[in-house]
Write a protein that binds this ligand. Sequence first.
Ligand SMILES: [Zn+2]
Length: 91
Amino acid sequence: MGATFDLFTEPGATPVCSRAGCSSTASWRVNWRNPRIHAADRVKIWAACDDHCAFLADYLRSRSFPVQVTGIDEDLDALDDTTARVAGDGR
Ligand SMILES: [Zn+2]
């Protein structure tokens, strides 16, 4: 299970910012996971423009989710889970 975009799934589609009402081209990925419902190897992605990258990341961090921001073309296999308990490295 790799990373999955929440809001756009078409291959080759231009990623647009996930912030409601924003239609700017995204240049960042906000990678996150909800430890309560997502397995450790699950990565959800919100695309974000320059203006909303910090907003979206802070929104998720305020819910104590693991969050990592990467460039739009950068793939993450898993999130650094610094806030949740370490359940053993599966690799
Ligand atoms: Zn935006």
